[in-house]
Design a protein around this ligand. Structure first.
Ligand SMILES: [Fe+2]
Length: 210
């Protein structure tokens, strides 16, 4: 329990120092309101991450000074988590999200209703990974969303804007139903992601050109 609380503490600490907008503050406050103790433990069984090699490769690539404490806390705690690939949890089975995403994603929930290390009925906070060279098609969802990009080399397309490269330590906020897509470069993409509410509603694919 201690190792996972440490990861969440490091996330909150980093976000508090780096967020700017009211919407971002709302997400951080929602995380802070979650009770993290023995009574809120889900009984998840830790497993070996299905994309272990990519997880370690991505984590070891992180060299930004400000992210090191969070990186180290993940390295110390990841074996206590339940890791899974999304094959229908976030998208309808016939959604056309593409094999690229389905074969190349992995996540572990630090907080969440069923698979989270700690339980919350409202909020999901997790570690999200995409393997190198994956195109994660543009999509949208009812939940507002905060991403903390831990690795370098990730390109984001938000709304109708052009692709922009985001550095390690950058924060992305997606308002409800605002489309966003990602392109991963040569390093596996590792991030922290949070949905403060509406976590039970599926994502909708938006087919745009690569
Ligand atoms: Fe999203």
């Amino acid at each position: 329990m201690h190792e996972i609380k440490k990861i969440i503490d490091e996330i909150i600490k980093y976000l508090e120092e780096n967020i700017r907008t009211t919407e971002e503050k709302f997400v951080v406050n929602s995380i802070k309101k979650c009770v993290l103790d023995k009574k809120t433990l889900n009984s998840v069984t830790p497993n070996s991450p299905p994309k272990h090699k990519s997880l370690i490769k991505g984590l070891l690539s992180i060299s930004s000074e400000k992210i090191i404490p969070l990186k180290n806390s993940i390295l110390e705690g990841y074996t206590k988590l339940y890791w899974k690939t999304d094959d229908g949890e976030y998208y309808e089975q016939n959604s056309d999200i593409g094999r690229n995403y389905l074969n190349g994603n992995m996540n572990a929930e630090l907080i969440g209703p069923n698979d989270g290390f700690f339980k919350s009925d409202e909020l999901k906070l997790g570690i999200f990974l995409l393997e190198q060279n994956i195109f994660y098609k543009d999509h949208k969802h009812a939940a507002p969303e905060l991403y903390l990009n831990l690795t370098n080399g990730i390109k984001w397309r938000i709304g109708e804007k052009k692709w922009i490269e985001k550095k390690s330590g950058s924060i992305i906020y997606n308002s409800p139903y605002n489309p966003h897509g990602m392109k991963v470069g040569k390093i596996p993409f590792i991030s922290i992601w949070c949905w403060p509410y509406n976590q039970d509603q599926k994502c909708i694919v938006i087919n745009k050109k690569f």
